[in-house]
Ligand binder design. Structure first.
Ligand code: ATP
Ligand code: MG
Length: 474
């Protein structure tokens, strides 16, 4: 059954033929074979050759008329074929030094190559030799582990993880993506080797974090990161959310568990990686703002603002670019309380307009985050919040239909003001625009040019801005 996808793919017969003519042995290996067994779709195919991967890749690319790309330094070559990426490498034997995840490499056999793989489920290979085409090579019982849902290293885990510590996070990533468990000796080894993360580049770590966040239930991976004590090395701000403090018999909720629940809730609603990041970071300001006030209990005043201020530092620490994605995450963290806070006051049109104005096009994502944030052990509390939330949602729709604030553009522009009053750029222009904007958001005038312009003139006169002679009113 596992071979249906494999057998129906003509590239393997072509590779087989080319390898035979060149007198070398070739195998399909790794993720593709694993995903055949799991009946998961896999676009990337890795082929290992007992000989020169580059030579075979070049010849096969010639046969299928595809353009080959050679990475001489890595001894690999790849081309695209029918929407798949096919990568070739020579079988290798690796040995590692303590200070680097870049091994010393020699030519080797298939078995040598399987030993350098990270997990038993990633070390499976199908033969591409004519005489035993499609035969499985599984020296480490990878299929057994696939069936049992286990992540296990082919060699002693301390060797595998210490050689290349990225494998520790990959183990957790695969557990999260596939809903597998990591075998206990591997978990212990990861914990033991956690300081080895130091030799990794932060970019590789954040790539894996993205994959964990994109998995169906990210809490699986996030919890494993915490259990193995990798989290404090990678994202200490998340580890600090853990724990419940008690004063006078009153505790607050465990913000780590809560955060994981919110991430899972968001993951059920959206595949947007950055919305999931926002969920992960939404309460990041809580540990710093936590206070116990005898009259009210635990409070986290301004954790939204403090949290938003922490976001760039977290991105920087993981070498993630400080771009519009970062600003989006920051904005959602900053605004995450606003929709629910609306209810506690009274849901006035002007408060809703302000929210629409501040959130802009991200309002739907903000509402998804805010709804996901409703977690409590108390069902009555959850119901009450859900009810309030639905009210805000309804109100947002009504106000948006009426006033179109979401993509608010001030009907009065700086150019208009300069032209009208024949003045150069100056502070008053900003003040005037702000005045008009606030009047619209507060519902004092409607969101259109005629009313905005009239208000501008009225206010300008109060401010003593001279009218330009001889100009007709707009
Ligand atoms: P996916 O492509 O879904 O992330 P994959 O298993 O194909 O999963 P890749 O990173 O594409 O993962 O790697 C392809 C194969 O190369 C793996 O299946 C594994 O056999 C091997 N491999 C990748 N990274 C490592 C590593 N750090 N250490 C050992 N083997 C690795
Ligand atoms: Mg792959």
């Amino acid at each position: 059954m596992q071979n249906v996808e494999f057998l129906s793919n003509d590239i393997f017969r072509i590779v087989s033929q080319v390898a035979k003519e060149a007198g070398v042995r070739a195998y399909v290996i790794g993720g593709y074979v694993r995903d055949c067994f799991l009946q998961r779709h896999c676009k990337d195919i890795d082929i290992v050759v007992e000989g020169s991967g580059i030579e075979i890749a070049t010849k096969v690319a010639g046969v299928v008329k595809s353009k080959v790309t050679v990475f001489k330094r890595f001894g690999t070559a790849m081309f695209r074929y029918k929407g798949m990426e096919i990568e070739f490498v020579g079988a290798r034997k690796e040995s590692y030094r303590a200070d680097s995840r870049n091994p010393i490499v020699e030519n080797g056999t298939l078995e040598d190559d399987q030993k350098r793989r990270d997990f038993t489920i990633n070390a499976l290979a199908f033969s591409l030799q004519e005489e035993d085409f499609g035969k499985l090579a599984d020296p480490f019982n990878g299929v057994r582990d696939l069936q049992a849902g286990l992540i296990r290293t082919p060699l002693d885990p301390d060797t595998t993880y210490s050689d290349d510590p990225l494998r520790m996070i990959r183990a957790i990533r695969f557990a999260s993506q596939l809903s597998f468990s990591i075998v206990p000796e591997s978990l212990e080894s990861i914990r033991r080797n956690r300081k080895r993360l130091d030799i990794l580049s932060r970019e590789r770590i954040s790539d894996e974090l993205h994959k964990i966040l994109l998995s169906p239930k990210p809490s699986v991976g996030l919890r494993l990161l915490e259990e193995t004590e990798l989290m404090p090395e990678i994202l200490p701000q998340i580890s600090r959310l853990k724990g419940v403090e008690m004063v006078d018999g009153k505790g607050h909720k465990d913000n780590f568990a809560h955060t994981l629940q919110v991430v899972d809730n968001v993951a059920e609603k959206s595949d947007n990686l950055w919305l999931r990041w926002a969920a992960l970071l939404h309460d990041i300001g809580k540990p710093q703002t936590k206070r116990f006030e005898p009259s009210v209990g635990w409070t986290f005043h301004s954790h939204d603002f403090i949290g938003a201020r922490m976001v760039p530092g977290i991105f920087r620490q993981l070498k993630m670019p400080l771009n519009e994605k970062m600003r989006y995450v920051q904005k959602l963290v900053q605004l995450h309380l606003r929709p629910i806070a609306l209810v506690q006051d009274e849901v006035t049109d002007s408060a809703v307009r302000r929210l629409l104005f501040d959130a802009g096009d991200d309002i739907d994502d903000l509402m998804t985050l805010c709804e996901a944030d409703i977690t409590s052990k108390n069902d009555r509390v959850v119901l009450k919040h859900r009810h309030n939330f639905a009210m805000v949602k309804q109100k947002l729709i009504e106000v948006e239909q009426k006033d179109a604030i979401r993509n608010f553009k001030n009907p009065v522009t700086g150019e208009m003001i300069m032209e009208r009053y024949n003045i150069p750029p100056c502070r008053e222009i900003g003040e005037l625009k702000e005045y008009v904007k606030n009047a619209i958001l507060d519902g004092k005038i409607e969101n259109n040019v005629a009313q905005a312009y009239a208000l501008m003139e009225q206010r300008a006169e109060e401010m003593g801005l001279g009218k330009r002679d001889g100009r007709a009113d707009a």
